[in-house]
Design a protein around this ligand. Structure first.
Ligand SMILES: O=C(O)[C@H]1O[C@H](OP(=O)(O)OP(=O)(O)OC[C@H]2O[C@@H](n3ccc(=O)[nH]c3=O)[C@H](O)[C@@H]2O)[C@H](O)[C@@H](O)[C@@H]1O
Length: 435
């Protein structure tokens, strides 16, 4: 029998032996105590350092190694459920209850905030991956929290989490903006596009089709689906079967997947083809954002040009116009017709261009930034690399205009002025802005 076998589990209740054998056994007793405490100490250290962080939460760790999470998501518990319900509570007559995926993203933050302002219930979900600086996502989260929007930290592939959210809240709408964005990054990390834009979208649709009531879904497609299409301006009726990047291909796949879930389950689905969205709280991986940073830093910026010194241009669209398009789509989305996984009748299926209708050459974008920043850019003009970029985008927006009065009002000069003002104030001053 070892000394440890004699040791009570509560050391404070150790009963002192007053027998004549006490002094002889005292040394053994001290060794037993020392052994016990050493064991406990080692056990605590072991638990602290070696236990998987996700094993303490309800959700399994992501099986996809392509994701780079900064923290494992945790959810559950009475306090958490109360916060979820409070955030999703409708506060206006005929308001919606909207689940916004990718709520800590650029468009997600602006849309969530606009919905909350008009009295809709809003709950966000975001996986806070580190595709770009997650501190910016955290700052957006803090901003939303101040206006009463909770962002649940989790991945849209986590079906158990999505189901739990739908069990708690009868969402009327889903604004699905979570995605792996960026055209060029698809060559570096193709798996992340499949994970978020295809697998994640399917996970979300699976949960939506089983929900009762089924929500109406509005989701972010992309102007990049027009790919090698040369007919301009791009109309929703034009061909989209020639994607130039894997990113575009996953968005195009999303449009086909939307068709399937609409057809089989009666889900109401609206895809929005965004045209190069920019503005305050934007994405640091986009050209206008890192051009600003690098111009201030005095670093040269790569400006792409098409074959034979041809112009590369984009139909840059200001975030406030995009938000109006998102809200217009939600407001005109008809109800899904199915329930509990069964279709009851045909449901709405739409795709809209949300652009600005006036393409601007990238060289002009740089000139505007130079004027606003009062710094001359070091331009490094180079041939458009074969990395998925297309030379030109231009939206025909007449369908969105007809359906919900979509009418962009911000030109690039005005929008960039607002962006630069935000950029300089967010990063402190010019010096801090270039860090
Ligand atoms: O409209 C869209 O669907 C897409 O818009 C942007 O994609 P993109 O238009 O390529 O935006 P940027 O990466 O900011 O590029 C803007 C322009 O700058 C050019 N560029 C980009 C990077 C660079 O180093 N140099 C350069 O001249 C690009 O060729 C492009 O013409 C977003 O990054 C996508 O997520 C979105 O889906």
């Amino acid at each position: 029998m070892s000394h440890l076998d004699h040791t009570p589990s509560t050391p404070g209740k150790f009963k002192i032996d007053k027998s004549p054998y006490y002094s002889r056994t005292r040394w053994h007793s001290s060794v037993a105590k020392l052994t016990l405490w050493s064991f406990l100490f080692v056990a605590i250290i072991f638990l602290f350092f070696y236990r998987s962080p996700s094993s303490s939460s309800n959700n399994p760790p992501s099986s996809d190694p392509s994701r780079r999470y900064l923290a494992s998501a945790t959810w559950g518990g009475a306090a958490w459920e109360k916060r979820v319900r409070t955030s999703a509570r409708i506060r206006s007559r005929n308001g919606f209850s909207v689940l916004v995926t990718g709520a800590a993203g650029f468009v997600g933050t602006h849309v969530s905030s606009a919905l909350k302002r008009r009295g809709d219930g809003v709950l966000g979900i975001d996986n806070f991956n580190d595709y770009y600086d997650p501190t910016l996502k955290r700052a957006r989260q803090a901003l939303l929290e101040r206006s009463g929007v909770l962002i649940v930290e989790g991945d849209i592939n986590d079906v158990a989490l999505l189901k739990k959210l739908f069990d708690m809240v009868p969402f009327t709408h889903v604004m699905h903006l979570a995605a792996q964005a960026g055209v060029r990054y698809a060559m570096q990390n193709p798996g992340s596009y499949v994970h978020s834009n295809i697998a994640g979208f399917v996970s979300l649709l699976e949960v939506c089709k089983d929900a009762n009531p089924q929500p109406a879904i509005v989701w972010a497609s992309s102007s990049s689906v027009y790919g090698l299409n040369t007919k301009v301006p791009f109309s929703e009726k034009d061909r989209t079967d020639q994607p130039a990047s894997l990113y575009a291909a996953t968005k195009k796949a999303g449009e086909e997947i939307a068709h399937t879930y609409n057809h089989i389950y009666g889900l109401s689905l609206t895809g929005l083809r965004f045209f190069t969205v920019y503005g305050p709280w934007g994405r640091p991986d986009m050209a206008y954002f890192f051009f600003t940073k690098d111009i201030l830093k005095g670093k040269s910026i790569p400006i792409f040009e098409a074959a034979n010194h041809g112009t590369v241009a984009r139909d840059f669209t200001y975030i406030d116009d995009i938000v109006k398009g998102c809200l217009g789509s939600l407001d005109t989305a008809q109800k899904s017709t199915g329930s509990g996984g069964k279709k009851k009748g045909p449901a709405q299926l739409r795709v809209f261009n949300l652009g600005n209708t006036s393409p601007v050459p990238v060289t002009d974008l740089v000139s505007i930034l130079e004027r606003l920043l009062k710094v001359k850019a070091k331009r490094n003009v180079m041939k458009l690399p074969r990395n998925g970029d297309v030379p030109y985008t231009h939206a025909n927006i007449s369908y969105a205009q007809k359906e919900f009065g979509y009418k962009p009002t911000t030109d690039l000069q005005t929008g960039l002025k607002k962006f630069v003002r935000w950029y300089l104030s967010y990063y402190g001053d010019k010096k801090a802005a270039v860090r």
